[in-house]
Design a protein around this ligand. Structure first.
Ligand SMILES: Cc1ncc(COP(=O)(O)O)c(C=O)c1O
Length: 370
């Protein structure tokens, strides 16, 4: 069987930048815990996205957890959260013993519906924070969401795990809210094999997050702790991979867009197929090219046809309010996210894909229609 085609797999630079930074860490014996790569990765990423401060962490999930803590979310607090997302967006709400309320998607963006968000504020005026997700690199309707959160004076956290390199208007997603987070998990647009970043213009809060992430060690000769701590820091070795990957981020976004345009051109005219929406104000990173199937061909037909040829594809995220673990929590909306899940397919969007491989994917999919 031919080599597997992946949805999105790690893609190191042809120039070997990552290995150079990792080698530096070895040469200087800064393997762990921190060191130049961690500091510089934070600075370089902050500069790249246009924000004052960044903390390199062990995962995007850890970054969401510390963002919630920084926003003052505690036991019993309510947090509004995009329902159409990966569970890592919502799990940290539970780590804080807070209560999630899930917000539906807007058909226009696939992301948090501002109308449902307003409705949720009417129902739960005591809410402590909002987590908005930029799914598959598409940006949420940030002008409206920022306005609503400002009007109610509630902290906004952007889960930009999937949207690094993407913009809403001329500003990077992840930099609109009080806090933003990015992920460098293996399937993301750039990877450190595993890792995350918390960003904010509030430098004090980011410094506090670094403190929590290193076991909350008070300034004392002995080991003293006045607060609960976490082992959430990124290592100096993986930060070296991140620095190298950051150098090729623009190239990766370009390729992801090329893949999306390719599929749209080749498949866009099939009956009952709709591509993920790119609004006039959106400049996505096109992390995963995703489609909706509204006719006779169902997602399972595509998954099976591609899998038979050793090609990976997968459903759109199953909404959090439909998950056994979260279904006891409230949901505000009309069920748009449920339809997006039922009809959704994420197509192979690996930046190493060659034209002939994309042509193969296209012809298999066309075959399902025939
Ligand atoms: C939307 C979203 N949020 C959060 C995460 C969590 O990131 P990590 O895997 O780095 O913890 C991911 C991806 O894994 C994600 O896709």
């Amino acid at each position: 069987m031919s080599e597997r085609i992946f949805l999105s797999s790690p893609h190191m630079s042809e120039e070997g930048y990552e290995q150079q930074y990792v080698q530096e860490a070895f040469d200087t014996n800064w393997i762990a815990p921190l060191g130049t790569n961690v500091n510089e990765f934070e600075n370089e990423l902050a500069e790249k996205v246009g924000i004052k401060s960044a903390a390199a962490l062990s995962s995007g999930t850890a970054a969401i957890h510390l963002a919630l803590k920084a926003a003052g979310v505690e036991e019993g607090d309510i947090v509004f959260c995009s329902t159409l997302t990966f569970s890592a967006t919502a799990n940290p709400i539970m780590y804080q013993h807070a209560t999630p309320v899930f917000i539906d998607s807007d058909e226009k963006t696939w992301n948090m519906d501002p109308v449902a968000l307003e409705e949720a504020f009417e129902k739960y005026p005591e809410v402590k924070a909002v987590i908005v997700v930029h799914l598959y690199g598409l940006s949420a309707d940030m002008d409206r969401i920022v306005d609503i959160c400002k009007k109610h004076d509630v902290a906004l956290i952007e889960d930009a795990a999937e949207s690094l390199g993407g913009y809403y208007k001329d500003k990077h997603t992840g930099t609109f809210g009080d806090y933003g987070i990015f992920s460098f998990n293996g399937n993301k647009i750039i990877t450190t094999s595993g890792g995350g970043m918390l960003v904010s213009n509030n430098e004090e809060k980011v410094a506090k997050a670094r403190f929590w992430a290193t076991q909350s060690r008070d300034q004392a000769r002995h080991y003293q702790h006045s607060e609960i701590g976490y082992n959430y820091r990124m290592s100096n070795v993986t930060a070296g991979i991140g620095r190298g990957q950051l150098k090729v981020l623009d190239q990766r976004v370009e390729k992801k867009k090329y893949i999306y345009d390719f599929y749209k051109r080749e498949l866009g005219d099939l009956e009952g197929i709709e591509f993920m929406p790119v609004n006039e104000w959106d400049r996505p990173n096109y992390w995963l090219s995703s489609i909706q199937l509204t006719g006779k061909v169902r997602p399972i037909d595509i998954f099976e046809a591609l899998e038979k040829e050793n090609i990976e594809s997968r459903p759109v995220w199953k909404p959090m309010h439909m998950q056994p673990f979260f279904e006891q929590y409230d949901f505000v909306g009309q069920g748009v996210s449920e339809k997006l899940f039922e009809n959704g397919v994420c197509l192979p969007s690996d930046t190493k894909l060659k034209d002939e491989e994309m042509n193969k994917v296209v012809s298999i999919i066309k075959g399902v229609w025939e």
